[in-house]
Ligand binder design. Structure first.
Ligand code: M6R
Length: 607
């Protein structure tokens, strides 16, 4: 998974390409490169490492004015991260250069065929076949050559291509990987997402699968892979360029955690009227929901944990069974879906390959898809029957934080809505809805405890292992707490339903293996208390997360963080900023960069 960008227009410098690339670094950062056209020459600089390393390589060239350029930040799939495998790649004549995000599945066969035709390859990448294929087909018309080349490619890709004979043209193509174009009077741009485009424009075009685009300084043209002309359909995005900056926070992750109260407001806006949930998008499917016995949910990673909260909530409040599957498992199962089945797909990015494939499998069975996503125009939104947008704004940190909170809020709304449709669960829901509306304020309070959480992080940062435990609504929170800690601090952390401890995991506990207990004073607290006591008697340190009124925990835990008292259904939401801040501060205290954890990328667009 990678980030690609292309710019053409007036007054552009190499540094504009670099700045655009920095906005995409969250998509992968093991190598980076640029190719730009200046005085009818193609200049390529690329190197292993982050964009910062590339910048050092470019040195004074950063100030060069250019006509057109493409750039790439890589998350390696084929070939180790090194200077040669870094993009852009180029053809034998060194006239054509390509950046690519995705995987070319048939590259071996293509490479052999091209080698037989005399093409010389330098890298181990799948991407390098693309410039050579274009070279084969080039006959003076770059768009047509790229079109013929993509017809030979199998797999998923978004590409941007330049050619020295066309100094103000970029050609892009998309199949299975995101590609967005933007245009202002002076600059035309293309990128893997809107973030780098915001500096130039808010008018963007989300390319569809099977489309090619030709951008020149003054024009923009879209054609299908079959060569027919397609309509350009610009949309206005409301994200400001500043939204994608750190706004004074040390890291995007911290900034994004502090944005959670306003995210909750965004999700709730217009969604609650007189204690009724307003989700107009769902109207065509209300009858199906009322008749549903089971709802299937597919998601990965953090989104899967949000889906688990939805399961607890809906099963506790309606007769509906919620069947949650990790997408990478579901896509290879016998789906047991029918044309009257509803499948909820939860994905922040809307580009997660396994979730998209699960959706496609479900659609083949005739099921209707309800997407819960943050990214307007993402592939998931186009392949779903109904989309519930999170409106959480861009999330740059690789670790999902504000998008998780937004997912939770949207899934609460969805569960309450279904509850209202199915059994008109108004009395209970009106109390919950009332509390939900006050959550932003409560979050603001929780975030005030960030100094205390930093102190705890300092105290616990040297441990090599962590056990997160919870019961009922606390269980998904335990899973998410463990995921957050391990993904950014590289400390081994595991999440368990507390009742499972005795079935194996308790064997690991001891003075070197602390327990992070999600222990609000809910209906399962007495059980949780016994589990905490069991952990203590193995000499494990206990860090407990509970609510203010639950003073009983004081006798059980070594350290405690309190959140506001609430209904038990809402604790997964209230406790989230605490587990996120703890993971963030541990990583920061260890001198790690929480925004760019090793081996991870923001959206997993390959299997
Ligand atoms: O974009 P998605 O929500 O589909 O992404 C799914 C996971 O890759 C994602 O939630 C991942 O687990 C988080 N970045 C972890 O913080």
């Amino acid at each position: 998974m990678c980030g690609i960008v292309g710019l053409t227009g007036e007054q552009l410098k190499v540094t504009d390409l670099i700045e655009a690339l920095e906005r995409l670094e969250y998509r992968g950062y093991d190598s980076a490169g640029v190719a730009y056209l200046k005085d009818s020459k193609l200049n390529i600089t690329k190197s292993r490492g982050k964009v910062e390393v590339l910048k050092n390589h470019l040195g004074e060239n950063l100030d060069q004015t250019i006509q057109t350029g493409i750039a790439h930040t890589r998350w390696a799939t084929h070939g180790e991260p090194n200077d040669v495998n870094a993009h852009p790649h180029f053809d034998c004549s060194c006239k054509i250069s390509v950046v690519h995000n995705g995987i070319i599945e048939n590259y071996r066969a293509l490479k052999i065929r091209l080698q037989e035709l005399g093409h010389k390859f330098l890298s181990q990448t799948d991407t390098e076949v693309i410039p050579h294929l274009i070279e084969e087909y080039y006959n003076g018309d770059l768009l047509e050559a790229v079109r013929k080349a993509v017809l030979k490619l199998e797999g998923s890709y978004a590409i941007a291509v330049v050619h020295v004979d066309h100094p103000d043209i970029i050609v892009g193509a998309r199949k299975g990987s995101p590609l967005v174009a933007g245009m202002s009077d002076s600059v035309k741009a293309i990128a893997s997402d809107v973030t780098p485009l915001l500096k130039f424009t808010k008018e963007v075009i989300f390319l569809q699968d099977g489309e090619l685009i030709e951008l020149s300084a003054n024009a923009l043209k879209i054609v299908g892979f079959d060569g027919t002309t397609h309509k350009c359909q610009p949309v206005t995005v409301n994200w400001s360029y500043e939204d994608a900056q750190k706004s004074g926070f040390k890291h995007f992750m911290l900034k994004e955690i502090f944005e959670e109260p306003s995210c909750i407001v965004s999700v709730l806006t217009g969604r609650i009227k007189n204690d009724r949930i307003v989700l107009e998008e769902l109207e065509p499917f209300e009858k199906m929901l009322i008749d549903s016995k089971t709802i299937k949910v597919v998601a990965c990673g953090t989104s899967y944990h949000a889906a688990l909260v939805f399961k607890y909530l809906l099963e506790n409040t309606t007769p509906i069974t919620v069947d949650v599957d990790v997408s990478s498992e579901f896509r290879y199962k016998r789906p047991h879906l029918k044309p009257d089945s509803i499948v909820v797909a939860v994905s922040q990015s809307g580009e997660t390959a396994d979730t998209l494939e699960s959706v496609r499998l479900a659609k083949r069975c005739g099921a209707k898809i309800v997407a819960v996503t943050n990214v307007v125009g993402s592939t998931l939104t186009r392949e779903s029957d109904c989309v519930l947008y999170l409106n959480a704004g861009p999330e740059i940190g690789v670790a999902a934080t504000k998008s998780y909170v937004a997912q939770l809020v949207m899934l609460y709304l969805l569960a309450f809505k279904i509850g209202q449709l199915v059994n008109d669960f108004v009395p209970q829901s009106s109390q919950l809805i009332d509390k939900l509306m006050r959550i932003p304020e409560i979050f603001e309070n929780s975030l005030k405890s960030s100094d205390k959480i930093r102190e705890l992080a300092t105290k616990y940062k040297e441990y090599k292992h962590f056990m997160y435990i919870g019961r009922g609504y606390g269980y998904p929170t335990a899973l998410e707490g463990a995921l957050k800690l391990k993904e950014i601090s590289y400390i081994h952390a595991t999440g368990y339903p507390a009742g499972e401890l005795k079935h194996g995991p308790i064997a690991m506990l001891g003075p070197e293996f602390p327990v992070f207990a999600i222990a609000p004073n809910d209906s399962l607290f007495s059980k949780m208390k016994s589990n905490i006591i069991e952990c203590r008697s193995r000499n494990a340190k206990i860090l407990a997360l509970t609510n203010h009124d639950n003073q009983e925990v004081t006798e059980l835990a070594d350290d405690i963080v309190f959140v506001n008292n609430s209904e038990e259904e809402l604790y997964p939401l209230l406790m989230t900023p605490i587990i996120q801040l703890f993971a963030y501060f541990v990583a920061d205290e260890l001198g790690l960069d929480p925004d760019k954890p090793r081996n991870l990328a923001k959206s997993v667009t390959v299997e």
